[in-house]
Design a protein around this ligand. Sequence first.
Ligand SMILES: Cc1ncc(C[n+]2csc(CCOP(=O)(O)OP(=O)(O)O)c2C)c(N)n1
Ligand SMILES: [Mg+2]
Length: 212
Amino acid sequence: MVNAAAADDAILTCDSGTIATWAARHWTIRGDRQFYLSGNLATMAPGLPYAIGIQHAFPGRQVIAFVGDGGFAMLMAEFLTAIQHKLPVKIVINNNNALGQILWEQMILGYPEHGVRYPGPNVDYAAIATANGAYGAKVRQPNDLPGAIQQALSYDGPTLVDVDVNPDEPPLPGKVEYEQAKKFAEAFLKGQPHRSTIATTLFRDKIQQLRS
Ligand SMILES: Cc1ncc(C[n+]2csc(CCOP(=O)(O)OP(=O)(O)O)c2C)c(N)n1
Ligand SMILES: [Mg+2]
């Protein structure tokens, strides 16, 4: 949705985590678009500071940061920097209420997840934006997403759209190796919590794939 609505010269920055997978899959480079991700150490949370720096350098361009809730929680005070400097960066938080990358890493190594989900309910990061004079929207239902994204992209100032997403959506690689599938199954057999919602999501994804 962000990909469809963004400008032809938009710059997308991203955090390390499952967001990197989703962004790499869905961000199309066309026109003068660019894409920035942590180059080598895969550190968490670079999306917001990258966006602030890039927006300073290119005040006229649309700069969007697609970030994780874990990454944003680490550096969220920098959103105040964007507000104070009147930088019109657009932040979109993929809020799975978890350190998603580690969740799937644990399972792919054959272990049930441990200590990677935040206690509910999901944090409302949009409230930080609205409380400080920026545009903020909390999206809890899919139907509310298109309007929130459109409004955020057309708003003249810093914006933050905090989107609650399904934490049990697996970022599967294009080709699943036998060893990966085996370890994944082992994690299930050892008592992976949430295994029924994960299995349901996998099944739904497969049906959608076959339909398209
Ligand atoms: C500074 C730092 N700490 C820890 C890690 C390990 N790590 C990589 S991704 C990740 C979780 C990221 O969570 P979030 O930002 O919510 O993104 P998600 O994977 O849920 O999409 C962690 C802990 C890291 N790469 N860098
Ligand atoms: Mg997360």
